[in-house]
Design a protein around this ligand. Structure first.
Ligand SMILES: [Zn+2]
Length: 280
C-alpha cells in the first residue's frame, strides 16, 4: 500500500495525498496533486529546487517555530507563509532581529496591506502574498487543494490545528499539539469555513455527521493517551505517527497505542519515508 522513497517534494502525486515526517520534531510535508505544504519546520533544511507552495506554522513553541528558518525557506522557495496572527505579525514586522528583512524589502509596503486581510479573503485564488495570518475556520485554497485552520487546545498563543483537503476529496487532519476535545469527532465538516459561513450548515453537518470524514490522521504529539483519544474521536482510516527511537521505546509506545485503539491500526513513519494515501 505504501512505498518508501526519500524525496517527498518530488514525489509524483496523481491522486490522494503523499505525506512525510521530515525532521526530529514534528515537521511534516503534505503533498497533493496540485499543492505542497510544509508544516512546522525546525532544525532542518529544504533541499534546493524543492517545489513548495506553503510553509505552515501551528504555534510559537520552539519545537514548531524557528522564524529564521521559515524566512530562509521562504526566500529559497518563494512559498507563502501561513501562521497564527501574532507569529505572522512578527514575521512581517521583523525589527532589529528581523528574520524576514529581505522579504520586507522585496515586498515593499505590500505587507502592511496584507496585515488586515484574513486568509479566507483568498477564496478561489492562489495566495499572492508572502505571509498570511490564519485563525480557526479560515482557509487557504491552492488550486483544488484547501488548507483549513482548526481549533487547537494547547497552552500557546493562538495555536492552530490544520486540515488539508485534496482536489479528489482526501482529508488529512494535523491536530498539532492539541489535547482531545469531543467536537473533533465531527471533523472535517464542523470546522470548515463552509460550515461556518453557509446557511445550510446545520443540514451539511447532519448529512455528514455519521461518516468518518478524516482519511489520514497525522499525529505528531508526545502524550500517547492523547494520541489514542484523538484517534478514537476522529476515527481515521489511517493513523500515522513518527518512529520513536530507540526501537525498544518505539515498540513499547506502539504497543500502548494498539491496546488503546485496537480498531485503528497505528503506523509509525520513519524519517523521510513517503506515505501515500490511498495506496497506489
Ligand atoms: Zn507546543
Amino acid at each position: 500500500m505504501n512505498k518508501v522513497t526519500n524525496d517527498i517534494y518530488h514525489t509524483r502525486v496523481s491522486h490522494g495525498v503523499a505525506l512525510a515526517w521530515v525532521n526530529s520534531y514534528s515537521a511534516v510535508v503534505v503533498k497533493t496533486s496540485d499543492a505542497t505544504m510544509l508544516f512546522d519546520p525546525v532544525g532542518m533544511e529544504v533541499p534546493a529546487d524543492s517545489p513548495l507552495d506553503l510553509i505552515v506554522v501551528s504555534h510559537g513553541h520552539s519545537d514548531h517555530w524557528e522564524p529564521k528558518l521559515v524566512a530562509r525557506i521562504q526566500a529559497s522557495t518563494g512559498a507563502t507563509v501561513a501562521a497564527p496572527p501574532a507569529l505572522a505579525e512578527r514575521l512581517r514586522v521583523g525589527g532589529t532581529e528581523s528574520p524576514l528583512a529581505p522579504l520586507l524589502e522585496r515586498g515593499g509596503t505590500r505587507h502592511s496591506d496584507v496585515g488586515s486581510i484574513g486568509a479566507s479573503t483568498f477564496q478561489g485564488q492562489n495566495p499572492p502574498f508572502d505571509i498570511v495570518s490564519m485563525v480557526p475556520g479560515e482557509e487557504i485554497p491552492i488550486g483544488g487543494t484547501t488548507l483549513t485552520a482548526l481549533r487547537c487546545d494547547h497552552a500557546a498563543v493562538e495555536p492552530l490545528a490544520f486540515q488539508v483537503h485534496s482536489p479528489d476529496g482526501v482529508t488529512v487532519y494535523l491536530p498539532g499539539d492539541t489535547t482531545p476535545f469531543p467536537e473533533m469527532g465531527h471533523l472535517p465538516h464542523i470546522y470548515s469555513a463552509e460550515t461556518l459561513h453557509k446557511q445550510d450548515s446545520a443540514e451539511t453537518f447532519h448529512n455528514h455527521s455519521h461518516e468518518s470524514g478524516v482519511d489520514v490522521l497525522c499525529w505528531m504529539g508526545t502524550a500517547l493517551t492523547d494520541g489514542a483519544e484523538i484517534a478514537k474521536l476522529v476515527q481515521p482510516k489511517a493513523f500515522l505517527g513518527y518512529a520513536i527511537a530507540p526501537p525498544a521505546a518505539g515498540e513499547r509506545a506502539y504497543g500502548i497505542l494498539t491496546r488503546l485503539t485496537p480498531d485503528i491500526p497505528f503506523q509509525a513513519l520513519d524519517r523521510r519515508q513517503v506515505f501515500l494515501w490511498p495506496g497506489y
